[in-house]
Design a protein around this ligand. Structure first.
Ligand code: PHE
Length: 468
């Protein structure tokens, strides 16, 4: 390594087009694709950028010969291996939910980039894409990333193919080239990715990734290095070694690697705490060299959380960014969220059960939350409405305590769902929803009603409310 270079974190990238221009370009691209007949006639960019391309309200319909997703129909062929069950996950967009552990983690990582990489005129340097179509071409998912034609990752046994040309993206890296072609230099992509896998506590055929890409020009690279002259970043006669690609100079790769390591070490500290132990393990990806995987030590165990590396120059040349060099990373959101929130099973992320979702109903994504196991048995939901005593002595917390002391562990949640003031009576009314559930058995509605009745009686007697 070159000891002449002092390594500071690289700061602003002045080549970033303004966000609103990017938005316009995205809209124009959408309009273009629609006008030219959509997916069939796309050349290289094959993804729709329109918001809600996969419409959650319109379920994908696998018919005899065709598969329809949103407004687009795909012909089946010998590659088709997508199942209706997997298609059901399209449009769920867990990462876009207001109250969801994956959405919280996404927001925390997003904020990390906004805070650490301020752009010009107060707009963030990194642009976030979290609504790109998960249906991509094989060109996007593999060829654009220099994945060899016979690479195992293309196997039918590993991916969900709609047909020979289209599949559900297997990683968010599928969008790298199209976004760079659009002129993006610093961006994040978040989305659902699909891989054929067994289903158990830590594997599920759908999970979520967050991708980051940062491109730098020679000027960006050397701006913070306080050197009298800028050194070359490309070497026309170089050799590929373990440390670098043939076209890169060692100086440039050293600074770029420093920029990548600083960024990701700080990100790991942000997520797992300042004292987290981190190790960089050499890895291989067809689209980066050198490449690494990052592992962090969590509760005594090494946990692999992301892949990253210096982007292959050929990829950048193909994407029209031949004057820049860059780094990229891709991390799995579920793995990290399971550790941060103590979620024991990956299938829980898909839960629509309020016993799970209720625990994440907080406005601040930084709220520390430790998931508490809920019962597998069904819930019984009963509401209770009453007039409050006129003397103003009633408090909701007294009611919550009363419910807990009578219902015990059979009560999973209590929440105030409605309150109003009756002008003529000059009295307040509250309505609470009580969710009953047993940890070891199915609770019948009659059993729940009995406890509910006891709660009504106790509230009338002890809190002097008047049941409505
Ligand atoms: N796409 C890779 C994966 O899914 C991760 C990665 C992203 C690696 C970007 C390097 C650069 O495993």
């Amino acid at each position: 390594m070159d000891a002449r270079l002092p390594y500071g974190l690289l700061s602003e990238d002045y080549s970033l087009p303004k966000r609103r221009h990017i938005k316009m370009r995205v809209q124009l691209l959408n309009a273009f694709w629609r006008a030219t007949g959509g997916l069939q006639r796309r050349s290289f960019h094959s993804s729709c950028y329109c918001s809600g391309v996969v419409d959650g309200r319109k379920p994908a319909v696998p018919t005899e010969k065709k598969i329809t997703i949103g407004d687009v129909t795909y012909e089946r062929d010998s590659w088709t291996n997508i199942t209706p069950k997997v298609l059901e996950h399209l449009g769920r967009n867990l990462h876009l939910q207001q109250y969801h552990p994956l959405a919280f983690l996404k927001r925390r990582i997003e904020n990390f980039f906004y805070k650490n990489y301020p752009g010009r005129s107060r707009s963030p340097l990194f642009t976030l894409f979290d609504n790109l179509n998960p249906v991509v071409t094989t060109e996007q998912n593999f060829d654009s990333l220099l994945v060899p034609a016979d690479h195992v990752s293309r196997a039918k046994s590993d991916c969900y193919y709609l047909n020979e040309n289209y599949l559900l993206r297997a990683h968010t890296s599928s969008h790298q080239v199209e976004l760079i072609r659009m002129g993006m230099n610093n961006f994040l992509v978040v989305g659902d990715v699909y891989r054929r896998d067994e289903i158990d506590k830590s594997h599920y055929p759908v999970f979520h990734q967050m991708e980051g890409v940062r491109l730098l020009t020679k000027h960006d690279i050397f701006r913070n290095e306080n050197l009298a002259t800028e050194l070359p970043i490309f070497d026309p006669n170089g050799l590929r070694t373990a440390e670098k690609q043939e076209t890169h100079t060692l100086d440039a790769v050293y600074i770029l690697t420093k920029s990548l390591k600083t960024c990701l070490n700080e990100l790991c500290q942000e997520l797992f705490g300042k004292d987290v132990e981190i190790r960089w393990v050499e890895a291989y990806f067809p689209f980066t060299h050198p490449s690494w995987e990052i592992e962090v030590k969590f509760q005594g165990e090494w946990l692999e959380i992301l892949g990253c590396g210096i982007m292959e120059q050929k990829l950048l040349v193909n994407a029209g960014a031949d004057d820049k060099i860059g780094w990229a990373f891709g991390l799995g959101l579920e793995r990290i969220a399971m550790k941060l929130y103590g979620i024991p099973d990956i299938r829980l992320f898909w839960s629509v059960d309020s016993g799970f979702l209720h625990q994440f109903q907080v406005d601040d994504p930084y709220t520390p939350i430790t998931y508490k196991a809920v019962s597998q048995y069904p819930q019984c939901i009963n509401d209770i409405s009453f007039w409050l005593p006129a003397d103003g002595t009633f408090t909701s917390s007294d009611f919550y305590d009363l419910v807990r002391s009578i219902g015990g562990d059979m009560v999973e949640q209590v929440s105030l769902v409605d309150e109003f003031h009756h002008l003529k009576k000059s009295r307040w009314s509250h309505c609470y929803r009580i969710v009953y559930r047993h940890m070891q058995k199915t609770l019948s509605q009659e059993e729940a009603n009995k406890i509910h009745k006891l709660i009504e009686e106790a509230a009338t007697r002890d809190l002097r409310v008047e049941i409505r």
